[in-house]
Write a protein that binds this ligand. Structure first.
Ligand SMILES: C[S@@+](CC[C@H](N)C(=O)[O-])C[C@H]1O[C@@H](n2cnc3c(N)ncnc32)[C@H](O)[C@@H]1O
Length: 265
């Protein structure tokens, strides 16, 4: 049974890492006048209210986007997507990755979003009704394999599991290799948590073996609150677009300027 709800974690430093990279890649890809496909295997609800009880309770956004936003220049695509979200949905709104994609893409592009949790899927379907996206209540990897290679063939897949099932770590390299075999030009971006205990280690070694050219980028940060096991955030990118390594280095430098301890609640 699925119990993870991203509303408790939206806007945390892992989201900042993943969403800033995603916004940059989409901005880079849309500089070329050629349509593309965006696929997301684990979409969440797409739009978050950082004023909601759940988000306030964990304090993750307060230790995340609230501290990190000013480190980005105003013309950075992530900062632009944040401002567009607030202009459209109010001052406490935060864009999930599906909304970052919807705001960053054009009418000629195609968006497919998979979300399995009934409540999160219902939210997503309602939120995305004007985003021109195809919303699927389906296992994300099943959808990914069913629709690749997509039309248009050029494009990007974000894989952002909740890692609720420990078997995910073992299965992900196999799923990504199968997707890559069907869609060898697709950019695949995997997010993973860096947890105390290093549960991601074997998965990363398998990915490096399957994709020796893959780009891996990690940032570390203080746990959002006492006892929280997440100490950092990682991205593994297959078919990384030109310039992403430099952009991720700049992102790492921004994280290095963050306070060394989470703010007291
Ligand atoms: C980390 S959240 C996604 C956050 C979102 N990508 C973002 O950045 O805004 C992971 C989501 O995956 C969903 N999920 C879990 N297992 C799934 C599966 N097998 N297929 C599709 N969605 C799944 C969960 O319900 C949860 O909403």
């Amino acid at each position: 049974m699925l119990s993870y709800q991203h509303l408790y974690h939206a806007g945390n430093l892992a989201d900042v890492h993943k969403h800033a990279a995603l916004a940059w890649v989409l901005d880079y890809l849309t500089r070329k006048d050629k349509p593309l496909t965006y696929i997301e295997t684990h979409a969440g609800r797409g739009l978050y209210d950082l004023g909601a009880e759940e988000a306030v309770k964990t304090g993750e956004a307060a230790a995340g986007i609230a501290l990190a936003e000013s480190l980005f220049p105003k013309d950075h695509p992530y900062r632009q997507r944040l401002e567009e979200t607030r202009a459209a949905y109010g001052p406490h709104a935060y864009p999930g990755s599906p909304l970052i994609a919807a705001l960053g893409l054009r009418e000629t592009d195609s968006i497919h979003l998979a979300e399995l949790h009934p409540q999160e899927h219902a939210f997503l379907q309602a939120a995305a009704k004007d985003w021109g996206a195809h919303v699927h209540r389906q296992d994300g990897f099943e959808l990914a394999l069913a629709i690749t290679p997509p039309t248009p063939r050029r494009g990007l897949m974000l894989i952002d599991p909740s890692y609720e099932v420990k078997a995910d770590y073992e299965a992900i390299p196999r799923h990504m290799a199968a997707i890559h075999r069907k869609w060898n030009v697709g950019i695949l971006i995997l997010w993973y948590p860096i947890l105390r205990g290093g549960a991601h280690g074997p998965m990363l070694r398998a990915l490096a073996k399957a994709f020796p050219e893959g780009l891996c980028h990690e940032v570390r940060f203080p746990p959002a609150r006492e006892g929280h096991r997440m100490e950092g955030s990682g991205l593994f990118v297959v078919n990384a677009p030109y310039g992403l390594d430099a952009e991720l280095s700049a992102l790492g430098a921004r994280f290095a300027r963050l306070p060394k301890a989470a703010p007291k609640p």
